[in-house]
Ligand binder design. Structure first.
Ligand code: ATP
Length: 306
């Protein structure tokens, strides 16, 4: 009986969680990504964040033993700085973010925050210290205010509004008939990808984690929206240790360091101008992206002329 009732309870729990609209990516990670094998060490201590310096030291990782994914990754993000990771699809960019959240343990080397190995700290404290703005935010079926306040449930109405302002979404919210009380999600108002991302940014501004991962949207956004989102991202990453997984190179131009990842290895690193001058993978990715942008603009000009 006991054996049967545990899984049923668990299914009941999952069902309720899912029904409550717990489809937010971060929350979903919390549910799915406590793989049985990731547990707190018996002597795990809470992570003590000083400035928030993040280090990957000769990190190796594979999902399946016969297929290495990361092959000796080393980099440091000094407290408060931004590192952007670019590279072809499948290079291992998202895998780096999964290791940073300790959804998996490294298979070699180590990941540290302020010198503490992630395997030696409690998962709870790690989740508190880290935040993520995902590519595609799935909102709760609730009000906009609820969706923003999720970042810090004790935040006041004024703090929620301020976060929305910083995330460049307040003006939009104020045009809605019910403002912050507007229901969104599947049953409510459908927001565009860019609007949802700004809600996620507002949520993260409230959470104010010292370490942040931004997984930039792949979808093409119009220039105006892109600029608004960029402003919002600049706000949220200010003075915060930030890793940006960048799909559009236009957003990494100002990063303090750009890492170019290819097949699980860092093949180039530096600032935008240095990498262009080096004439390697980054430079060719940049050239290709410029061509794509120009082609898009020509297409738009033709369509608008019709
Ligand atoms: P993209 O730009 O397309 O998002 P990426 O650089 O983020 O790609 P990852 O998602 O880190 O790449 O994936 C790196 C490699 O690991 C890919 O070849 C992928 O197939 C593999 N991989 C990713 N997740 C898993 C998994 N859960 N199990 C097995 N292999 C995986």
């Amino acid at each position: 009986l006991l054996q049967l009732s545990i899984p049923l309870n668990f299914i009941g729990f999952l069902y309720r969680e899912i029904r409550q609209g717990l489809t937010d990516l971060e929350a979903m990670f919390d549910l799915l990504a406590e793989p049985a094998e990731i547990t707190d060490a018996p002597d795990a201590a809470p992570l003590a964040v000083k400035g928030g310096t993040l280090r990957f030291e000769d990190v190796h990782f594979h999902y399946d033993a016969d297929r290495p994914i990361l092959k000796g990754i080393s980099f440091e993000v000094p407290a408060g700085e931004t590192v952007a990771i670019v590279g072809p699809s499948g290079a291992g960019k998202s895998t780096i973010s999964r290791l940073l959240f300790r959804f998996y343990d490294v298979t070699g080397g180590r990941v540290t925050i302020d010198g503490q190995d992630l395997r030696s700290v409690t998962q709870h404290s790690l989740r508190q210290a880290t935040g993520m703005v995902p590519q595609d935010t799935v909102l709760f079926n609730d009000t906009i205010a609820y969706n923003i306040r999720y970042g810090r449930p004790t935040a006041s109405d004024e703090e929620v509004r301020e976060a929305a302002r910083m995330a460049q979404i307040a003006d939009f919210i104020e045009t809605l008939p019910e403002g912050f009380d507007t229901e969104v999600g599947e049953r409510g108002l459908k927001l565009s990808g860019g609007e949802k991302q700004r809600v996620a940014i507002a949520r993260t501004i409230l959470k104010a984690p010292p370490i942040l991962i931004l997984d930039e949207a792949t979808s093409a956004l119009d220039t105006h929206t892109e600029r608004e989102i960029q402003t919002a991202l600049d706000q949220v990453s200010r003075n915060r240790t930030t890793v940006v997984i960048a799909h559009r190179l236009s957003t990494v131009v100002n990063a303090e360091t750009i890492l170019v990842l290819e097949k699980g290895e860092i093949v180039e690193r530096g600032r935008h101008q240095e990498l262009l001058a080096a004439g390697g993978l980054y430079a060719s990715m940049w050239a290709r992206q410029q061509e794509a942008t120009e082609a898009e603009e020509r297409l738009r000009a033709v369509t608008e002329a019709d």
